[in-house]
Design a protein around this ligand. Sequence first.
Ligand code: C2E
Ligand code: SIN
Ligand code: SIN
Ligand code: SIN
Ligand code: FE
Ligand code: FE
Length: 410
Amino acid sequence: MMDEKQKLQEIIDLGFEIRQVQDLDLLLEHILTKARRFTNADAGSIYMVEKDRLTFKCNQNDTLQAKLAPGKKLIYSSFTVPIDTHSISGSVASSGEMLNIPDVYEIPPGAPYSFDRHYDELSQYRTHSMLTIPLKTTAGKVVGVLQLINARAADGAVVPFAREDEPLIVYFANNAATSIERAQMTRALLLRMIGMAELRDPKETGAHVNRVASYSVEIYEVWANTRCVACTQVDRNKDILRMAAMLHDVGKVAISDTILKKPAKLDEAEYAVMKQHTFLGARLFSDLYSDFDEAAYQVALNHHERWDGKGYPGHINPHTGKAVQGYENSDGSPRPKKGEEIPPFGRVVAIADVYDALSSRRAYKEPWSEDRVLENLRSEAGKQFDPDMIEAFFESLDVIRSIEKRYPEG
Ligand code: C2E
Ligand code: SIN
Ligand code: SIN
Ligand code: SIN
Ligand code: FE
Ligand code: FE
């Protein structure tokens, strides 16, 4: 049996592994782009094994993309197929062998699989050649399927995929599968880490974490869309923000139980220790290896900053716990962050966190009535909170109430 201390150490050690994290969605896009470039494929997709089916995850199509206005995204709906021999992707996933088909409209009658022209009809696209490769780890586990569509010759004509490319693309797919498996493991580890952080304080349930994450995403989306801050990025940012917001208080794993679980108001010294949960959490992500690390870092570090510059921890270096060089007050303490010095993800989670904290019971306080909570948020616009984001919060209030219902107190 691991004792409490060992468990804590284990969680903190996970920080090392989290530095390896590659956001899974980004990784899939990257793999598909690389594989298409290598085979000069006009289009392609990735299917991932989820439970006993394949889920369509990732889609690229140069021809269809060229018909869209600049900056627009290719819209596709996700669907699943069984892992059996009826579909091409299902066959490849179940056999673990690649299929190189010169023309999917001319599949020999003896083949167990067929091509479903339905998707071509929907998208007004003609699929000819198709190279479908299992994403198989070196240990032989199929994590998904990579499907490349319509290889093009130098003159642009659609041609079959070259036989001589096959061994290299299989090699590439093996490496890709290994990276995917690692990203999946890291994501699972993150979820376990959230679970363990919750275990520290039974009052901080999964419902809390999910609510703060969902509120944050909702407010962020409304805010970003009205300002059109890099609109094409909003959807991607939502995924990253959700995970990062779930971890906003992960630094509390390093705070002692006597402070964390104190059923009364903290004294000044205790509160000073408690405030460290911001930069202690940020430390876990400080290598900024992926977009996810960057977001988790910003959220953990900045979710208690205030718009008016009276929050904490200010311009601090998470590793030293001291002021960032050039940002010292005369007494050496970190200069406060204010306004847009505070990264947007920090500003948005601040609102979601306080809304949830005020609405909930805590060891040290009763839940507030909704009127009182909303009155507090409104009056803190421009003081504690970014006023534009408070506006976005009130615009999203209906959705926020529905989220509250979706994740009730356990
Ligand atoms: P938390 O409980 O998740 O609270 C998050 C934030 O919500 C707080 O950040 C604060 O801005 C706001 N908040 C929570 N309760 C109240 C309240 O009754 N009145 C007002 N005006 N705002 C409230 P803060 O203050 O930096 O606290 C960070 C964390 O420190 C809290 O997270 C909680 O875990 C702990 N904490 C703060 N004060 C106390 C306390 O008096 N006793 C105990 N046991 N823990 C406390
Ligand atoms: C596939 O199954 O791999 C391609 C989609 C289809 O067959 O319609
Ligand atoms: C959490 O979101 O980590 C639990 C509730 C809270 O402390 O904000
Ligand atoms: C504190 O200052 O101890 C907590 C902040 C608050 O609950 O208002
Ligand atoms: Fe916090
Ligand atoms: Fe919190």
